[in-house]
Ligand binder design. Structure first.
Ligand code: ADP
Length: 497
């Protein structure tokens, strides 16, 4: 036996002489949280005084009796203790016996024995009063920012009028000073809008309107929008186009805001000559989207706090390029609302990678069920949904000459390049036709896309196509009728190649 092993076995011997009650009461003295010990079926084996007081149970008992067990049982299941090494969760619990509701944070870990999982240790903190304080603060901030909007709008309008010379001719100094006022009103307006955004998110006033979207297309759109800023800063901004990413179920506007926040931050904190990459990959049932930069990085001790409200690293007082420290707090709220997670990997001086996950859609079973989903969304959003059908009339001939696969591949590629919205579906091949779903697009807009496609299609062999459209709710009301309408609408044949 080595010295190290000897010492370890002596330690085990020491603990072997300690009985469980005295071990627990010693632990109780030093632990500042509620503590419960669960077996693998979520039965409570031990509960400390702090946890008893969080659950408003009679103080002074060390182990729960039958009655308390039956009260606690359903609650403990709600903890849904994960099998990860450390699993953190925040949840609202209803204490029926005390007619009270509480917000608690739990941190748990499985206990693994020689025969597998024995149970769990769960630490608990009562966040009820902290949450209530936060709610009041956020309500106050929301109220004040809302009230500030009207005077700000008036100030902006009138400075614009003065700058346009409508209040009389300005000398160059007056123009310069008014310009400064105008820029600062705009800045204040951005801050007020951000404050309103966070207070509405925290108050649960923001509802997600989720639809099936192609996150890759969304990423490309954001990169395209911010490329002029990147060029100005001499930073290389790229988007890694991974193929075969499943579609995700997201609120497109909100996830666009998340991506803009992350890329805009990366641009703020990356010096000239650096690079920023936006990429995505499929992890289990989620899409993980990453924004990596080669910027200044974030010190380890600050990494946990960057998602807190108003947190800014090394903020110097006074005006500057920095924001208010709310961008990442808003970003996190939106990601969590989607059921996702967000985290950072960063090496100070080398760069940072922010990664967030969003749920992806398990394979769409068939065209009618996809259309049904789109109709449901269209009903909520009050927009249109258009189905495009592109039928290859001479498909049999192409099959005979062995060129069918190549023609379909070319069509898919060209269609993919022409689709603009993240919610446009990838082409779905059914028999002799490709179907494309266009949520949020009406017949007129889809017709423009149809004409554009006809003008850009180009093949090595002659291909005869018939393109048809069906608009919900204008042309049809159910998925079956929409497919029928798109088929009957595609009468005119165009010959290409
Ligand atoms: P701000 O409006 O100040 O940018 P955020 O909430 O967006 O607020 O970010 C909080 C803080 O996190 C920033 O002040 C900055 O110090 C740090 N930070 C955010 N993104 C990055 C990044 N890509 N690289 C380095 N630091 C970052």
């Amino acid at each position: 036996m080595t010295d190290k092993e000897k010492k370890a076995s002596e330690k085990i011997g020491l603990f072997g002489n300690v009985d469980s009650p005295s071990l627990f009461s010693a632990m109780e003295k030093v632990i500042d949280s509620g503590l419960i010990l669960l077996d693998r079926n979520f039965h409570c084996l031990f509960i400390n005084e702090r946890a008893r007081s969080i659950f408003e149970l009679t103080p002074g008992k060390k182990l729960t009796d039958e009655k308390e067990m039956s009260l606690l049982g359903p609650l403990l299941k709600e903890f849904q203790v994960g099998d990860e090494d450390l699993f953190e969760k925040e949840l609202r619990i209803n204490l029926r016996w005390a007619e009270n509701e509480k917000t608690v944070k739990t941190l748990s870990t499985p206990i693994i024995g020689a025969d597998g999982k024995l149970g769990y240790i769960v630490c608990l903190w009562d966040l009820t009063s902290t949450k209530e304080k936060e709610r009041l603060q956020s309500e106050f901030v929301g109220h004040v920012s809302h009230e500030m909007r009207t005077p700000l709008t008036v100030m902006r309008e009138f400075t614009s009028i003065l700058l346009d010379g409508l209040g009389g001719k300005l000398n160059s100094r007056q123009e310069e000073y008014l310009g400064i006022i105008h820029n600062n009103i705009e800045r204040l307006d951005r801050i007020v809008t951000t404050l309103l955004d966070i207070s509405r998110l925290e108050a649960g006033k923001v509802k997600l309107v989720c639809e099936i979207a192609n996150v890759m297309r969304l990423m490309k759109h954001v990169v395209y929008m911010l490329t002029p800023h990147a060029e100005k800063k001499m930073v290389k901004l790229t988007c890694k186009s991974l193929r075969h990413l499943p579609p995700a179920r997201i609120d497109v506007d909100k996830i666009t805001q998340v991506l803009i926040n992350l890329v805009a931050n990366a641009l703020k904190y990356t010096p000239a000559g650096g690079t920023i990459d936006v990429s995505a990959k499929n992890v289990n049932n989620a899409l993980a989207v990453s924004v990596s930069d080669t910027g200044m990085g974030i010190p380890l001790e600050d990494q946990k706090r960057v998602f807190d409200k108003f947190f800014q690293i090394g903020l110097k007082p006074g005006p500057g390029a920095k924001g208010v420290g709310l961008g990442l707090a808003i970003t996190k709220q939106i990601v969590v609302m989607h059921g996702g997670k967000i985290w950072i990997d960063s090496i100070p001086g080398k760069g940072s990678t922010f990664t967030f996950t969003v749920p992806c859609v398990k394979k769409i079973a068939d065209l009618p069920s996809y259309i049904d989903e789109c109709i449901d969304f269209t009903k909520i959003s009050g927009k249109h949904f258009t189905l495009m059908r592109i039928c290859i009339s001479n498909i049999k001939k192409l099959e005979k000459t062995g060129t069918k696969k190549e023609v379909i591949g070319t069509m898919k590629k060209i269609i993919g390049n022409e689709l603009r919205k993240a919610t446009d579906s990838d082409p779905i091949l059914i028999k002799d036709s490709l179907f494309v779903g266009l949520p949020g697009t009406n017949r007129k807009q889809a017709n423009a896309l149809k004409e554009r496609l006809i003008s850009v299609f180009s093949f090595k062999v002659p291909v005869a196509l018939r393109l048809g459209l069906a608009d919900y709710p204008e042309d049809a009301g159910t998925s079956e009728e929409i497919i029928k309408h798109a088929i009957s609408d595609s009468k005119r044949e165009v010959r290409i190649g």
